[in-house]
Design a protein around this ligand. Structure first.
Ligand code: BGC
Ligand code: BGC
Length: 856
């Protein structure tokens, strides 16, 4: 990696903002090592000049409170359950220090919950937490939420562009305002704390969370982190965490944006110096201005999960950098530490985690186990006291003990503030500044609003699609325009500008028209996704299904000038689409104020520019589908368009119409996709069904009317399963994506992969089928499904021995399955009697599987 470390560090010192004064007595190596015996170098890490200093009054208060707490009350401060899985009565009984709503979790499970419903829940939880009738504690609880682009779980909130667009805007003052607005809308609903900003520095754009990062380079991330944290919490000093502010979380510590191949929750193998220079800069920015919490990351560093990483959590973050707030875990992330489960994990606390984020009903056993471990000394009391002190410190600083209850705070219930005109104006500015103009042949833009404008593409009038993941629902899917009261689509803005000027705007998603338009604006791009669901094998746009390209081609063939407005959570390889566009705008994920796009595309009716393009790429734009790790300051840096690129009006156009459209490198890098090899790989889940019944599968034996399941040992313990069908009714085993989310497996199809699995059978009598489903799972099961009978293939296997079956994915594709939208890649069923053992279920890319044919 040709990153210039020197430069970054010097600029940090030079700016004097972060005062990275080295502390002389820690200049020798502290000799810490990890499992692989790697030596650490603590001197890489600066002691931060944190503007929020410990106050003697707060510290003595902490000691006082702590001395009156029982061990049960202490452990409860360290447990953070989720609103779908615990009740107000549980809060009264245990007195949890905090709780959360995950993405797509609402009061009463009601997506359309009103701000009053949110406050009602916040108030009830708060009152239960200070009610000492059961647990004896009166420490107020706090509620954390993912307000990552505005208060995005709440209907009607102002939704800002996702971070990738804000990075392109490169305007720290605007970012601070956005954070202030977000804090205000969060407080209207009675909530205290947000899980933002994400300060991942994204090095591989195949990662599904690329859009949650501001940039591939630490520069903007560091400045933004300081600005956002300040906007959320206020400046250190008098207004800090005052009544008009919320607690912030800098996340995910550390190295989330640098995993191998952009694998969500994967392994980061950067050197320690790179970890600091690249991935830690957001912490330098955010912690220096006083961020009060840090979220541990799902990823590993050199194979060791961050949730259990004592060196990074304790020695680096707390001791060396001087962070005195608390470290919260991420969504049962502790359960991924070797030797831990979601329900028991002393290792995380001992490594420096202070609060477990523990969704599902796991909170109860986790509470009980942690309590037992604290009592037995497996978790030292000093560690428990330190964790609780940190939680109390933050609560004291935030005035949680003195503030009125959630329903009675300054902004509570002021619903007029949610999505207010002033707030939307800030978002509108952000949208304008986030747009990056990549191509503008013959100065086609800006457009005259008096024209006849065809507006095509399926994202033109789709606020959900333009807002991306973390929008009302976790994945950002299943939203309608009516779920965004007060919001606007990109078409809404075009229509307004054009009609005000006397022109004509025609909405036609598929590009059909009756009178030939002067120009076409085509709005298209990625479907929403969040986290690992957005991981991709390559950056090719619409791999295997170039329907948007076909639309552009059709319009070009009709001699209509074409402007592409591209919606995406990452830079993508769109050379064919660029070639078919006269102008091309990277619009990222603009959020609820789609109308702002037209502010930049159109002049006013007098032909004067209203707003010029000022967005500049904060991510390099790739020149091939696999150029996913091209980053500013690389050696041999050769993207299609570099970091910092972006045209303004009048600039010379660079891109012609003949960019390379070959995709020779696209298929080589595709890896096997493993569904089951003893464990079920994320994002897949396994279920057994029989008749109408459906059971999720874990390692224990299961029995339904028509089938039973148990794990068996092939090479190692429990690496295989045995299914015994008794023939009494139709039954099967299904591998399904989590939340039935569509997974894009088209890269595997194109690379010629096969569905392979090891099977061991003795006597095959009746018919056995393998089925795949795309999109239409659930209500519309069968609307997109391919089924193949494999009975003959099974009969040909040598009885009683393990053998591999391989079925080309093309066999399923030929029967109509769409590999871009798979929800069930494997479903084996029968109505007959059958014993079948299965292992190694995957899509295999390798050539070693012989010349498989489609089963007849
Ligand atoms: C939750 C999200 C969470 C995710 C983690 C979802 O069910 O709603 O908030 O991030 O699970 O897997
Ligand atoms: C995500 C976090 C988020 C948490 C709570 C996790 O899956 O990684 O970013 O804050 O869920 O929803």
């Amino acid at each position: 990696m040709g990153f210039s470390k020197k430069l970054i560090i010097t600029s940090l010192f030079a700016s004097g903002i972060y005062g990275c004064g080295m502390d002389s007595n820690s200049s020798q190596n502290n000799g810490e090592t990890d499992a692989s015996n790697q030596q650490y170098d603590i001197d890489i890490w600066p002691k931060l000049n944190i503007k929020v200093k410990p106050l003697p009054s707060v510290e003595s208060n902490i000691i006082q409170i702590l001395s009156n707490m029982t061990i049960e009350q202490k452990v409860a401060q360290m447990i953070q359950p989720e609103i779908r899985d615990f009740t107000v009565e549980d809060m009264r009984k245990y007195g949890f220090g905090s709780y959360l709503n995950g993405g797509g979790a609402f009061p009463d499970n009601n997506k359309h919950a009103t701000p009053d419903d949110w406050i009602t829940l916040a108030e009830a939880m708060y009152q239960a937490s200070v009610d000492d009738s059961l647990d004896g504690s009166t420490i107020p609880t706090i509620w954390g939420t993912d307000a990552v682009h505005g208060h995005n779980n709440v209907i009607g909130a102002t939704l800002f562009p996702h971070n990738i667009g804000l990075g392109a805007a490169n305007n720290p003052e605007l970012i601070e305002q956005i954070a202030k607005v977000t804090a205000t809308e969060v407080m209207v609903t009675g909530i205290d704390w947000v899980f933002a900003p994400t300060v991942a520095v994204v090095r591989d754009d195949r990662w599904g969370r690329t859009y949650e990062g501001y940039s591939e380079d630490p520069e903007i991330v560091r400045d933004y982190s300081a600005a956002i944290v300040t906007g959320l919490q206020g400046k250190a000093g008098k207004g800090f965490l005052a009544d008009d502010r919320v607690i912030s979380t800098v996340k995910h510590f550390l190295g989330d944006g640098g995993t191998v191949a952009g694998d969500d929750q994967g392994d980061n193998i950067a050197s320690e110096q790179e970890l600091f220079d690249i991935h830690a800069q957001g912490y330098v920015g955010g912690l220096s201005v006083g961020a009060q919490s840090v979220m541990a990351s799902f990823n590993s560093w050199h194979g060791e999960k961050l949730h259990g990483h004592k060196y990074l959590l304790t020695h680096v973050l707390k001791e060396r950098m001087g962070f005195d707030g608390f470290v919260v875990g991420d969504w049962a992330g502790h359960g991924q530490i070797a030797g831990c489960t979601n329900q028991s994990c002393p290792a995380a606390i001992n490594a420096g985690l202070d609060v477990f984020m523990v969704p599902s009903s796991d909170w109860k056993p986790l509470y009980e186990n942690t309590l037992a471990q604290a009592k037995s000394g497996e978790i030292p009391m000093s560690r428990i006291d330190d964790a609780v002190s940190r939680v109390l410190r933050v609560k004291l600083r935030a005035g949680i003990f003195e503030k009125p209850s959630p329903a009675n705070r300054q902004f509570s219930g002021k619903t007029e503030l949610i999505g207010s005109a002033a707030h939307r104006e800030v978002a509108r500015q952000a949208v304008r500044e986030s747009l990056v103009l990549l191509k503008n042949k013959n100065n086609l833009l800006p457009l005259n609003p008096k024209s006849r404008v065809l507006v095509a593409g399926d994202a033109a009038d789709n606020i959900g699609k333009q807002s991306g993941g973390w929008t009302i629902t976790w994945q950002g899917t299943n939203n309608q325009n009516s779920d965004f009261p007060g919001g606007s689509s990109i078409f809404d803005g075009i229509k307004e500008q054009v009609e005000n000027a006397g022109g004509k705007a025609i909405l036609s998603p598929d590009g059909q028209y009756s009178n030939k338009p002067d120009v076409a604006i085509v709005v298209y791009g990625e479907e929403p996704y969040a986290e690992g669901h957005g991981d991709r094998a390559t950056l090719e746009y619409q791999k295997g299904d170039k329907s948007d390209l076909a639309l552009l081609r059709k319009l070009k063939a009709e001699n209509i000038p074409v402007i592409s407005v591209f919606i995406s959570g990452r830079p993508m390889w769109v050379n064919p689409e660029l070639n078919q566009s006269d102008a091309f705008v990277a619009a990222w994920l603009p959020g609820s104020e789609g109308l702002a796009v037209a502010d930049v595309l159109f002049t006013n009716p007098n032909g004067e520019i209203q707003y010029d393009f000022s967005g500049r790429l904060s991510y390099s734009w790739p020149k091939s589908p696999l150029q996913a790790t091209v980053n500013r300051n690389d050696e041999d840096y050769a993207p299609l368009l570099p970091y910092g690129f972006g045209l303004s009006y009048g600039d010379e156009n660079l891109l012609g119409d003949s960019l390379n459209e070959e995709i020779s490198d696209a298929v080589e890098d595709i890896q096997d996709r493993v569904f089951f090899d003893g464990k079920v790989h994320k994002p897949w889940e396994m279920a057994l069904y029989s008749g109408a019944k459906n059971t999720a599968i874990n390692a224990n034996a299961h029995q339904l009317a028509g089938v039973s399941y148990r794990t068996i040992d092939r090479k190692v313990q429990e690496d295989s399963m045995l299914l015994s069908f008794n023939g009494s009714e139709k039954a099967g085993l299904r591998i399904n994506s989590e939340s039935n989310f569509r997974e894009d497996l088209s890269a595997e199809l194109i690379s010629g992969a096969k569905l392979t699995f090891l099977a061991r059978v003795t006597d095959v009598q009746g018919e056995v089928y393998i089925l795949m489903n795309c999109e239409g799972f659930g209500d519309q099961a069968g609307s997109c499904e391919s089924s193949l009978e494999i009975s003959d293939a099974l009969k040909q296997l040598e009885p009683g021995s393990w053998q591999q079956l391989a079925i080309p994915l093309s066999c399923f594709a030929d029967k109509g399955i769409r590999f871009g939208e798979i929800v069930t890649p494997f479903n084996l069923w029968t109505e007959s009697k059958l014993d079948i053992a299965l292992a190694e279920v995957k899509f295999s890319v390798g050539s070693g599987e012989g010349a498989a044919k489609c089963p007849e």
